[in-house]
Design a protein around this ligand. Structure first.
Ligand code: 3BY
Ligand code: FES
Length: 434
């Protein structure tokens, strides 16, 4: 798993070294005085210096969801993944493993691969044709009068990768956090039965949201705003995140329907041996995870207006369409919905302090035929609409955070997962900046 040579140079301090000491002291003080239960102070969303620190402390140190195996099924298949100042190549090698290479030529630093995805043999830099193999080894660098050129010193730098239940994670740190093993042990049994290795990409959407990455994540961690998702509310119960005792009158019926559907779902899960319990380890040293299998409204099968299936082919060895949604939230940057008929993966890749790329990928069984087993517009409709609505919410908050009138506001009970995300972030950053 861990490449022995040419790792990313120590990330700690490398990016923040460019920041003056008084800015770093200011950031430490902002972290230390963060008011629990309240949204962050404005600089966390607007200040380029905080963004630099986030890229080092969070994205430089933690395991980040990069892609699923369906995006790189064959040797030579790759995707490029960019966040903050980093660009990575995630490549399927000839042995069936994954190599993660920094997309930075060792000659004069040009980006080596410029497409979002593709298939390649050797990697050839277009500037002066330095050529690397799939391991990142420099194998060709001809230049006039350079016969003895020390090629061995100029391989592409590598980063760590892990594949769990068909999800590929990357980590830029010298020594990746070990607690990811515990997280992997939690989610593998939930996601494994959907067999991502036997799926294909039906559609991928990249949208740039004009908002800080933490606003994108905060928005995902609550359903207080779910009145704003009419398409999603047909299948995803808008009582998500609520608990007994805080159900508003107008949602009493929905809450009862949700409880009944959940009982029936759990009975089916027991029959098929599928785990469904909520596991929530959001705010600990652990990388931060929430996973559960939860019922869907209507027919209970998929994210459609009626809750009916959106693809006719079941995934893996699943034997029933009525399996609700197995949903997972992972810190720092991803969330997932695994259904019986399709899977949707989401990742937030920060661009700068006020822009984030949100990548959504719909996966269906590899033998499902478009137009026969599924209709692409129907498959993607609910979450395309939901993503647009979420983009709007995030952008409204970013504009607010930029105003001198902005002040931290209180998170409600139903927003406890937003608080968990933020306190996880603050604790990790405090550790990093100490
Ligand atoms: O997609 C999600 O996981 C969350 C749950 C409901 C609100 N939000 C869209
Ligand atoms: Fe890549 Fe010169 S920068 S070959």
């Amino acid at each position: 798993m861990a490449p022995a040579v040419n790792l990313t140079p120590k990330t700690r301090g490398r990016l923040t070294a460019s920041l003056p000491e008084d800015r770093l002291a200011e950031l430490r003080s902002l972290l230390d005085t963060r008011r629990k239960g309240f949204s962050l102070e404005a600089p966390f969303y607007t200040d380029p210096a905080v963004f630099t620190a986030d890229m080092e402390g969070i994205f430089g140190n933690h395991w980040v969801f990069a892609a699923s195996v369906a995006e790189v099924p064959e040797p030579g298949d790759y995707v490029t993944v960019d966040y903050g100042p980093y660009s990575l190549i995630v490549l399927r090698n000839d042995d069936g493993g994954i190599n993660v290479l920094h997309n930075v030529c060792r000659h004069r630093g040009a980006r080596v691969l410029t497409e979002d995805s593709g298939t390649t043999g050797n990697l050839v830099c277009q500037y002066h044709s330095w050529t690397y193999n799939a391991e990142g080894t420099l194998i060709h660098a001809s230049a006039p009068g350079e016969a003895d050129f020390a090629k061995g010193c100029y391989n592409l730098k590598r980063a760590h990768s892990r594949e769990v239940a068909g999800l590929i994670f990357v980590c830029l740190a010298d020594e990746p956090p070990e607690d990811f093993d515990e997280v992997a042990k939690i989610f593998e049994p939930y996601l494994g039965p959907h067999e991502l290795a036997k799926t294909k990409v039906a559609y991928q959407q990249n949208i740039v949201e004009e908002g800080n990455w933490k606003l994108v994540m905060e928005n995902n961690r609550e359903c207080y705003h779910c009145d704003g998702h009419p398409e999603l509310a047909c299948s995803l119960f808008p009582t998500w995140g609520l608990t007994d005792g805080i159900i508003p009158n107008h949602l009493e019926d929905v809450w009862q329907r949700n409880l009944n559907a959940q009982d029936a779902l759990e009975e089916r899960c027991r029959r098929y041996g599928l785990p469904y319990e909520v596991v929530e380890e959001l705010d600990t040293r652990i990388a931060g995870i929430r996973i559960s299998r939860e019922s869907l409204d209507g027919a209970g099968e998929s994210f459609s207006a009626t809750g009916r299936r959106l693809s006719k082919k079941l995934l893996g060895d699943l034997r029933d369409f009525r399996l609700g949604r197995c949903s997972m939230h992972l810190q720092p940057n991803s969330w997932f919905h695994f259904l019986s008929d399709h899977v949707i993966t989401f990742s937030a890749f920060p661009i700068n302090e006020h822009q984030t790329l949100v990548r959504t990928t719909w996966l269906v069984a590899d033998d499902a035929v478009e137009g026969v087993d599924y209709d692409l517009d129907e498959l993607t409709h609910t979450w395309k609409q939901t993503n647009l609505q979420d983009k709007n919410f995030v952008e409204l908050c970013q504009r607010g955070a930029a105003s001198p009138a902005y002040e931290s506001g209180p998170y409600m009970k139903s927003e406890y997962q937003v608080e968990a995300f933020i306190s996880w972030y603050v604790a990790r950053m405090q550790e990093h900046m100490a």
